[in-house]
Design a protein around this ligand. Structure first.
Ligand code: SF4
Ligand code: SF4
Length: 158
């Protein structure tokens, strides 16, 4: 190919590549996808499937759905969950029943794989969308998910 042919071909290739860039450049105002974080902290909504950390929801009576079955602990591939449990006598049946003492979660080790959530038979844990987890002390990322004084909801069985 001639010298000028090479230049023409180079310009053509460049324009082909810039076509996509140009399309987004001129249509940017129609579909703004860049978030002005942290200025928009108060209004920021993470997308539906975002995984920020594992949490245990409690209701207004400080009750949760965790039976202490340890399925999440077994499912976790890297030991991010430790279940401390005990047994006590069920007043209704008179039989000993397992209950959770502490559901310990190491956020610093969690890869957000979701396996613990899937494994839980009672939907006791879920993924939250919080992502601001920077701390000065790594131990602050070890959390107890069941709140102090909380107990198992009535009707939830292992
Ligand atoms: S999301 Fe995955 S890594 Fe994190 S605690 Fe659950 S099973 Fe473990
Ligand atoms: S969170 Fe679910 S899987 Fe884990 S111990 Fe509690 S009930 Fe079992």
């Amino acid at each position: 190919m001639s010298y000028f042919g090479d230049i023409a071909n180079g310009v053509k290739t460049l324009l082909t590549g810039m076509k996509v860039t140009g399309k987004y450049f001129f249509n940017a105002r129609k579909e703004i996808i860049t978030q002005q974080y942290p200025d928009n902290r108060d209004t920021l909504e993470m997308f539906e499937r975002f995984r920020g950390e594992v949490v245990m929801p409690h209701d207004e009576n400080n009750e949760h759905r965790c039976t202490g079955c340890q399925a999440c602990e077994i499912a976790c591939p890297n030991g991010s969950i430790e279940i401390v449990w005990d047994r006590k006598v069920d007043e209704e049946t008179g039989k000993k029943k397992k209950y959770i003492v502490n559901h310990i979660y190491h956020l610093s080790m969690c890869t957000m794989c979701n396996l613990c959530i899937v494994a839980c038979p009672t939907d006791a844990i879920k993924m939250a969308k919080n992502f601001e987890n920077s701390v000065f002390d790594r131990t602050a990322l070890t959390k107890v998910l069941n709140k102090p004084g909380s107990k198992l909801m009535d009707g939830v069985e292992e």
